[in-house]
Design a protein around this ligand. Structure first.
Ligand code: DGY
Length: 331
């Protein structure tokens, strides 16, 4: 009987995927409370055929060079900015991700942050807990309305569309979007209008970020961009932390340049205890939980396992981010 392929799984993922991986592979699963260190992954990868990685694991050229048998990196996330995809392709290693299944959960979280920030929920809850709620306040904890206000979506992919659908259908919000690609479905079904980023920033009441992280989006939201927004604007980021210059966001909130913000992602994650983010007014920070529902994480685990197992067999991955690896795959 042929030996089972050897894989290293950098964190415990839901059983829906992990059980299939364990059944088909000689799998070592990292069980620590924090992600394994880079050097440890590199050491484990040295004699592995496959890796299951998380967005917290850096998979770079040096690590790939230290893993001569590696055929597949199956990333348990839709985002894959933690993996040097070009380096993987050059070495014949297929890279998988988990698109589609987390669209609704992430759009729900974007909307949750949008409404929570608009209604200053974090400060209200803190004040209620902290004894600052003395009576019903005619002028206390005032937020912003949503109905009929304009939503600006930066990155009109699957998740941006799903958020726009919620806001358009439920809250009657006109939708502007900025993207390098046109999204005809959003235009036809939601009446979304594609505009330049400057227009979106100055005309939107709510701005939600759904871009991936790359060299054109890193630091996209800086002081100059916050200044272009309305003083009543609510800014939400569920994409990747480095898309925002956090020091500039904190200043924008402190100085009333914008009204409020909600972040599900930060840079780094978590922010250190002395990060100014923790003291910024009208800011709600969630611990990168947009995909964190039982059903969604289970579905991600399924795709992740399918990608890994297909990669180990030398088959096309159901969700592959470097399809150009075909023809160069390691045997
Ligand atoms: C992703 O999948 O990229 C999210 O950030 C976590 O689910």
């Amino acid at each position: 009987m042929a030996a089972k392929p050897k894989v290293f799984v950098t964190r415990r993922i839901p059983a829906a995927g992990l059980d299939r991986i364990r059944a088909a592979c000689a799998a070592e699963v990292w069980d620590g409370p924090l992600p394994p260190a880079y050097d440890l992954i590199r050491q484990k990868a040295a004699d592995c055929d496959g890796l299951v990685t998380l967005l917290t694991d850096k998979i770079d050229a040096a690590l790939l060079d230290a893993a001569p048998r590696l055929k597949v990196v199956s990333n348990y996330a839709v985002g894959f900015n933690n993996v040097d995809v070009a380096a993987a392709t050059a070495r014949g290693v297929a890279v998988g991700n988990t698109p589609g299944v987390l669209t609704d959960a992430t759009a729900d979280m974007a909307f949750c942050l949008l409404i929570a920030a608009a209604r200053r929920l974090a400060v209200g809850v803190d004040d209620a807990r902290g004894g600052k709620w003395k009576t019903w306040e005619p002028l206390g904890w005032l937020g912003q309305d949503l109905v009929g206000r304009t939503l600006g979506v930066v990155g009109m992919g699957r998740i941006g569309y799903a958020l726009a659908k919620r806001c358009r259908g439920g809250w009657d919000m006109p939708v502007l979007y900025y993207d390098v690609h046109r999204n005809e479905k959003a235009e036809v079904e939601l009446g979304a209008v594609k505009v330049e980023l400057n227009t979106l920033l100055s005309e939107s009441d709510f701005i939600s970020v759904h871009t991936d992280l790359n060299e054109t989006t890193r630091g996209l939201f800086n002081a100059a961009r916050f200044k272009q927004m309305k003083p009543t604007a609510v800014f939400v980021n569920t994409a990747r932390g480095p898309v925002v210059v956090e020091a500039d966001l904190v200043e924008a909130l402190k100085n009333g340049v914008i009204f409020a913000a909600g972040l599900d992602v930060t840079d780094p994650e978590p922010p250190p205890p002395d990060s100014p983010l923790w003291r910024a007014p009208n800011l709600i920070v969630a611990p990168h939980v947009a995909s964190a529902t039982v059903g969604t994480r289970g579905a991600m685990a399924q795709i992740c396992a399918s990608n890994l197992l297909a990669g180990l067999r030398g088959e096309k991955l159901p969700a592959c981010v470097n399809t150009d690896v075909e023809g160069k795959r390691r045997k």
